[in-house]
Design a protein around this ligand. Structure first.
Ligand code: ATP
Ligand code: MG
Length: 395
C-alpha cells in the first residue's frame, strides 16, 4: 500500500481572494525545503500530497515541521476509491495497530461514491469489530481515530495527525527589516514576524572593539537558527563604533541610550529601503528597560515614518522565554557576550526623554555623515540553514 503525506492548509482557507497565491507560495516553499529528497508534490485547492520513499519519511516530516502555512499534516495510506478496496485496506491498517477502543470518521468529498459517510463509517466499524478481537467503539475518547477521506480517484486512510506550525506561507506578505541583537527578545520577534508570512532581513549593530567577535558570531548563529523557517536571511552587520563613541563623548549620560537607539532606527530605515523592506521589526517589550517606556518608544520612533512592529511588545519575559526555548534560540541568546547596548549603559538612563533635548544633543556632532559612512561599510551575509556560515566568511 502506498503512503503520502497529506497537508492541510488551515488558516489559508480564509483568504478567499488570495488563496491561489497563498497555495502556490506554500507549494514553492515546500518544494524548496524538500529539495534533494526523492519526493513528488501535488496540490489541489484544499490539500497538498507528497509522495515519498519510505526511508526518507522521517526527514520529510522533520522539514515540514518548519514550514509556515501548514495547519496540520498526516501520513495517509492511499487506495482506489472503491468500496471493497477501501474495506480491505482499512482492515489491514487496523490489524497492524494495537488498541482497545476506536472510532471511524468518514468524509466523502466525492458525492458519487455510493454510500453516505455515516453509513460507511458504521459499515467499516462493524467490519473492524468482527475481525479484531477484544476491542470496542468509543466515540468520545477513542485510542485510535480512523479517518477515511474519499475523494474522486483516491481514498486516504490514516490514524495519526500532526500539528503544523500554522501562520502564513513565507513570502506572502512582503519583507521586514528586523533589528537583531544577541538577546532573547529579538529572535522571538523574528520568529513571530516570519510566522505572519513576512520575509526577513536582519540588521545587527556592532561596536568592535567594545563588542567582541563572539557577540557577532552569536548573532550569526541566531540568524542561522531562524533561517530554517525561510529560504535564507540577509544579515547586515553595521559598524557602529564611531557613532557610539561620538554619542558617549557628546551627549549627556542619561540620554546616551535614547540617542543611540534613534541612530539605530535612522540606519535601519535606510537599510530597509535599500532592501525593499516595508516595515521595521524589533524585540522591544513595553516596560522592560528605560528605553522601552511608552515615552521613550515615542521619542525614539520619532526619527522614522516607517511602520515599526514589535511582536513581543505585550508579552511577559517568561512568555518570551517560552517561545525562545521552543524555537531553540534561548541557549544561544543567554551566552554572556556583551552587546553594544549593554557596553555603555549609563547609571540612570532617562525614562521620560524630551524630544527637544534629543535634537539639541544630536546637533552637537555631525551624525549624518557618520551614518552615511556606517551604511557604506555594512557587511552583508546571506545565511541559510544548511550552509555552515561563520564569521570567518567576513574576514
Ligand atoms: P534582551 O533579550 O536581553 O532584552 P534585547 O536584544 O531585547 O535583549 P534590548 O536592549 O531590550 O535588548 O533592545 C531592544 C531591541 O532593540 C532588541 O530586541 C533589538 O530588536 C534591538 N536592538 C538592540 N540592540 C541591538 C543591536 N546591537 N543590533 C540590532 N538591534 C538591536
Ligand atoms: Mg529586550
Amino acid at each position: 500500500m502506498n503512503r503520502v503525506v497529506l497537508i492541510k492548509y488551515g488558516e489559508l482557507t480564509t483568504k478567499k481572494g488570495n488563496r491561489k497565491f497563498f497555495v502556490n507560495t506554500l507549494y514553492a516553499n515546500i518544494k524548496n525545503k524538500l529539495k534533494g529528497l526523492n519526493v513528488k508534490i501535488h496540490k489541489d485547492i484544499s490539500r497538498m500530497y507528497i509522495e515519498f520513499s519510505d526511508e526518507e519519511l522521517d526527514e520529510v516530516l522533520k522539514r515540514i515541521n518548519n514550514i509556515f502555512g501548514i495547519h496540520e499534516y498526516v501520513v495517509a495510506y492511499i487506495v482506489d476509491s472503491d468500496v471493497e478496496t477501501i474495506k480491505e485496506n482499512v482492515l489491514r491498517v487496523m490489524k497492524d495497530l494495537s488498541f482497545k477502543t476506536f472510532k471511524v470518521e468518514t468524509k466523502r468529498s466525492d458525492k458519487r461514491f455510493p454510500i453516505h459517510s455515516l453509513d460507511f463509517s458504521r459499515q467499516l466499524g462493524g467490519l473492524i469489530l468482527k475481525n479484531i478481537p477484544d476491542i470496542k467503539v468509543d466515540v468520545r475518547n477513542p485510542e485510535v481515530l480512523l479517518n477515511v477521506e474519499i475523494r474522486e480517484y483516491h481514498t486516504y486512510i490514516y490514524t495519526n495527525h500532526y500539528e503544523g506550525l500554522g501562520g502564513y506561507p513565507n513570502g506572502t506578505l512582503g519583507n521586514a527589516m528586523l533589528m537583531l541583537s544577541g538577546g532573547i527578545d529579538s529572535p522571538v520577534s523574528a520568529y513571530l514576524t516570519l510566522k505572519r508570512g513576512v520575509k526577513l532581513n536582519c540588521i545587527y549593530f556592532e561596536a568592535i572593539p567594545h563588542t567582541s567577535i563572539e557577540a557577532r558570531n552569536k548573532v550569526i548563529t541566531l540568524t542561522k537558527k531562524l533561517s530554517k523557517y525561510t529560504d535564507f536571511i540577509k544579515l547586515h552587520i553595521v559598524p557602529f563604533t564611531e557613532i557610539q563613541e561620538a554619542i558617549y563623548r557628546e551627549v549627556e549620560d542619561d540620554y546616551c541610550i535614547t540617542i543611540m537607539r534613534r541612530m539605530m532606527y535612522r540606519i535601519t530605515e535606510r537599510v530597509a529601503k535599500m532592501n525593499n523592506c516595508m516595515i521595521i521589526a524589533n524585540g522591544e517589550s513595553i516596560g522592560q528597560v528605560a528605553s522601552q517606556t511608552l515615552t521613550s518608544m515615542a521619542v525614539i520612533n520619532e526619527v522614522t515614518n516607517m511602520p515599526v512592529i514589535r511582536p513581543v511588545a505585550c508579552l511577559d519575559k517568561l512568555e518570551i522565554i517560552d517561545i525562545a526555548k521552543k524555537i531553540d534560540t534561548y541557549e544561544t541568546s543567554i551566552l554572556p557576550f556583551e552587546d553594544c547596548c549593554t557596553v555603555f549603559v549609563p547609571k540612570h538612563p532617562v525614562i521620560n526623554p524630551k524630544l527637544n533635548l534629543c535634537v539639541e544633543y544630536e546637533n552637537r556632532f555631525d551624525y549624518q555623515s557618520m551614518i552615511d559612512e556606517a551604511i557604506e561599510n555594512i557587511n552583508t551575509m546571506i545565511i541559510r540553514d544548511e550552509k555552515d556560515t561563520t564569521f570567518e566568511d567576513l574576514l
